[in-house]
Design a protein around this ligand. Structure first.
Ligand code: UD1
Length: 365
């Protein structure tokens, strides 16, 4: 029997393994293990996702917790090496671009264990983002590269990847979304917050470039203050800490029609997204999810690793520019903001199955 470890660590990883788990269950010849690094550990940031996604309890929890990049990556490597030596997997699956992704890939390859990377090839070309380094390095180390959108194929080709190992499979995040669509459709999460469908703005901001300096965070708050709709902001722990550190707690409390909420469980968040008028975000995967629901997604970043959703979806880069924000809001109010296309609805089909078919063939070689 072949053994596979799927590695998860941070919030966006949990959704990405749900379709893989479903497909792996159909393969009795493969014994599967989940290793949770513990990069995210709050109930709201981790446990609740396992519950909602129906994921089995991880076989190993490394409990590494927060810290600087070096300390966190190092602790994951020490813990994951031990797990690999005990489990002796034939392959390790890593997803996305978080610190857990690169740490686990490096450990596995140094133990001569093949690595499969799901969500390979994405590039923002912005090396100040820790995720960009994680993506590039993980792709260099991976034996199987599963790409979510066409830009990823071009990026990998340009970088000289062995294209025989590269497979364009589609966006696994949108497959997860579709798996849970019946629950999301029935959720009406906005009602709990006293909001009206199609009348509020959802906000998610947590990237270091937007929250780690007083000036940047203040510019983000300028945008939130200029939003002419009721607003709901489920706040990531990093952002909360920075709001307190920079003394913005009272400024936030004074914003009219503003609801501050804790990080939301998966289906609740997607229900809030499905019911909103627009979303302001600096997240990666939200660009795809907003496009799926045809909701304008104003991205507080100067670049994106997911150009597909700018071209075919509803994502628009505004950086922290108030004038670009106001222009986009004008388009939304006038009904001229670009709509999502069929390409977006098709990119999340059978992704997990394609990945697992390729992995099974690789293991049988
Ligand atoms: C990480 C990922 C980022 C992803 C984000 C989603 C990296 C480099 N970044 O960023 O790509 O978009 O997760 O959520 O891997 N904290 C808690 N409780 C938790 C987790 C974090 O309080 O459960 C606090 C800690 O103070 C920590 C800070 O949040 O230092 C940041 O967490 P960390 O995992 O370092 O990075 P994220 O900003 O969450």
């Amino acid at each position: 029997m072949k053994k596979i470890i799927s590695v998860v660590g941070a919030r966006p990883n949990f959704m990405k393994i749900a379709p893989l788990e479903r497909e792996l269950k159909r393969r009795p010849e493969i014994e599967k293990f989940i290793v949770h690094t513990g990069q995210h550990y709050d109930k709201d940031m981790s446990d609740v996702f396992f519950e909602q996604l129906g994921l089995p309890k991880p076989e190993r929890s490394l409990g590494v917790g927060s810290g600087g990049h070096g300390a966190m990556t190092g602790r994951i490597m020490i813990g994951f090496e031990k797990a690999c030596l005990e489990i002796k997997p034939d392959l390790v699956i890593v997803v996305g671009d978080v610190n857990s992704t690169i740490a686990a890939s490096l450990v596995a390859r140094k133990l001569f264990i093949p690595v499969a990377h799901v969500e390979s090839g994405l590039r923002s070309f912005d090396e100040t983002m820790p995720e960009e380094l994680n993506r590039r390095l993980t792709d260099c180390l991976s034996n199987l590269l599963f790409v979510s959108e066409p830009s990823g194929m071009l990026n990998l080709e340009r970088e000289g990847a062995d294209m025989g190992r590269v497979h364009l499979v589609g966006d696994i995040m949108l497959e997860t979304l579709q798996m849970f669509l019946p629950v999301i459709n029935g959720a009406t999460a906005w009602k709990k917050f006293g909001l009206e469908v199609d009348e509020y703005c959802l906000i998610t901001i947590h990237r270091p470039s937007n929250v780690d300096t007083r000036e940047a965070l203040s510019e983000v708050l300028d945008i939130i203050e200029a939003t002419p709709f009721p607003k709901i902001f489920p706040i990531h722990p990093r952002t909360i800490k920075k709001i307190e550190e920079f003394g913005f707690t009272e400024r936030i409390a004074a914003i009219p029609d503003f609801i501050q909420a804790p990080p939301q469980p998966y289906t609740n968040f997607l229900s809030l997204l499905q019911g909103c008028k627009l979303i302001i975000s600096d997240s990666g995967s939200v660009q795809g999810e907003a496009s799926f629901f045809d909701k304008p997604c104003l991205v507080c970043r100067e670049n994106t690793e997911r150009p597909f959703y700018q071209e075919y979806g509803t994502s628009k880069l505004i950086g922290r520019s108030l004038s670009l924000f106001e222009k986009a809001v004008g388009e939304i109010q006038a009904g001229s903001y670009p709509r999502s296309t069929n390409e977006v609805r098709e990119i999340g089909s059978h992704v997990g199955r394609r990945v697992v078919d390729v992995i099974a063939a690789f293991l049988n070689q």
